[in-house]
Design a protein around this ligand. Structure first.
Ligand SMILES: O=c1ccn([C@H]2C[C@H](O)[C@@H](COP(=O)(O)OP(=O)(O)OP(=O)(O)O)O2)c(=O)[nH]1
Length: 152
């Protein structure tokens, strides 16, 4: 079976990440690539603390795509480690270092070591829209109902 051609992401490894492998898909069908912590020293993240973790990567996405930063479910379940801005958005035109915000919602301190897989990145197509202003919108069954209007 031949694989479909995947979109190419240009990537530059910064000096502090030269020895770390690039993010990769753990299985043939994985949607996310695990992002590694490019920290020089181990970090202790106390309960309720959040921190910005460098990945040491700068990228150029293909036109029409974003990269979403999402939590890893294992870290969320075992340690309460979440990405508070999930899904974090890496814009197509961003050329800075990709960084990951993580928050320790667990009771215990969490230890981050160099090369640890702290989050995952999912490449996703972006659909942009344009506004067309109007004074009249069509009525619908839902109309203005929301926030639980249909019951539990
Ligand atoms: O988890 C994240 C989220 C964002 N970014 C980078 C890439 C993204 O393209 C840029 C801007 O992100 P966003 O638009 O979410 O930030 P903002 O707070 O709206 O800042 P800005 O005014 O710079 O857009 O920051 C990251 O490295 N990690």
């Amino acid at each position: 079976m031949t694989l479909p051609p995947y979109p190419t992401i240009l990537v530059k490894r910064l000096a502090h990440a030269k020895d770390l492998p690039l993010p990769s898909y753990a299985t043939a069908g994985a949607a996310g690539m695990d992002l590694l912590a490019a920290v020089d020293e181990p970090i202790t993240l106390l309960s309720n603390e959040r921190i910005l973790i460098p990945t040491g990567l700068q990228i150029a996405l293909p036109a029409g795509y974003e990269l979403q930063i999402r939590p890893r479910s294992g870290l969320a379940l075992k340690h309460g480690i979440i990405v508070p801005n999930s899904p974090g958005t890496i814009d197509e035109d961003y050329r800075g270092e990709i960084k990951v915000i993580i928050l320790n919602t667990g009771k215990d301190a969490f230890f981050i070591e160099r090369g640890m897989r702290i989050a995952q990145a999912v490449l996703a197509p972006v659909v942009r829209g344009v506004w067309q202003e109007t004074d009249i919108l069509d009525d619908t069954e839902r109309s203005g109902g929301g926030f639980g209007s249909t019951g539990h």
